[in-house]
Design a binder for this molecule. Structure first.
Ligand SMILES: [Zn+2]
Length: 341
């Protein structure tokens, strides 16, 4: 497993992390170096054999998140990013700031590119087992049509909603918006929303652009439509990787390094379903204990709870580069003190 950090690094390199925020090339390179160096060190320092095994179903010990009927109305979400700025959205994905000595690490799960009748129901069963409410950024094109598959896909979307999960717009056809004309971009967002609304009876209020890419025009559209731009800070390139163990190890290392975050997964891949089972089990065995606040532990929450917590305790940084520099320095200092196994 000594080779794992290299796998993780290769995956991260391919993520296109440098495309964050439309940074200039020198900034992108510097940020990549910081992230990779620190995550490499964390992966090396954590035990690769720490994966727990359980006989039968793991204990359902996550606290219930917000009830579905309260998501939109009971406690309105704070608008953290009314300008729909991509730079700000990347920082917000990092979640709330926790001062030293506060071990609570918030995690929220997001699933893109579905629904898929073959795999999404398995994801829903796993989430239900752990009482977790996630967010599904779905594609409108799968919901249209009168063929059997489209009908089954619409049923799955209704199941997502009835299970208490949030549905977001991931456009109609998954085109790279920055390569479209204004009219086409607008149509992708509006048609995606229309297809979703036709099935679930309400308009999505969160939006994730394909490939995480937005341009000035897209930001303007999101701002006018008051859509929350949701990006992420944790992923394992599960659209390209098929090894659940390697993907789990990668996500585990990133969660430990970043102290939680918005996890991007795709509910259309069997290997992701397998990996998700491992991830949920691992996080449940490392859940945050309020009686021992200083001890690092995870609390998996839905997206509204994640946004509210971020509003209450924002990151004291202007952007993700600044955060990354501080975090990297802290981890390097901590890891040099940590005894090697
Ligand atoms: Zn996508």
């Amino acid at each position: 497993m000594r080779g794992l950090p290299r796998v993780t690094l290769a995956a991260l390199t391919a993520l296109g992390i440098g495309s964050w925020l439309g940074l200039g090339q020198p900034d992108q390179t510097r940020l990549k170096e910081l992230v990779f160096k620190a995550r490499d060190a964390v992966n090396e320092a954590t035990s690769p054999t720490a994966t727990p095994t359980a006989n039968g179903d793991p204990v359902m010990d996550f606290a219930p998140s917000v009830a579905p009927e309260t998501l939109d109305t009971a406690r309105p979400w704070p608008r953290l990013n009314p300008e729909a700025s991509a730079k700000r959205a990347w920082l917000l994905a990092e979640g709330p700031y926790h001062p030293p000595g506060d071990g609570e690490r918030l995690v929220t799960l997001t699933f893109d590119d579905g629904p898929f009748p073959e795999t999404t129901p398995s994801v829903l069963r796993l989430l239900a087992r752990y009482n977790i409410h996630a967010t599904f950024f779905v594609l409108g094109r799968y919901l249209d049509g009168d063929d059997d598959r489209s009908k089954a896909t619409r049923d799955v979307l209704r199941q997502i909603v009835s299970s208490g999960h949030l549905v977001g717009n991931h456009t109609h056809d998954h085109h790279l918006l920055t390569q479209l004309g204004h009219g086409e971009t607008l149509a992708q967002i509006e048609e995606g929303a229309a297809s979703i609304t036709k099935v679930i009876g309400k308009e999505p209020i969160v939006f994730r652009p394909p490939y995480g890419q937005v341009d000035v025009f897209t930001m303007q559209v999101l701002k006018e439509k008051q859509l929350e731009l949701v990006l992420w800070n944790i992923e394992a390139e599960d659209m390209k990787n098929d090894d659940p163990v390697a993907m789990f190890q990668s996500i585990r290392g990133q969660l430990e390094y970043s102290g939680g975050g918005i996890v991007l997964l795709h509910d259309i891949r069997p290997s992701t379903v397998v990996m998700l089972g491992k991830l949920l089990e691992w996080m449940s065995l490392r859940k945050f204990d309020p009686a021992h606040k200083e001890k690092p532990g995870f609390r998996v929450v839905d997206l509204p709870a994640y946004i509210r917590a971020t509003a209450e305790s924002p990151q004291p940084f202007s952007d993700r580069i600044e955060l990354e520099r501080k975090r990297s320095a802290q981890h390097q200092a901590g890891i040099t003190r940590r005894p090697r196994r």
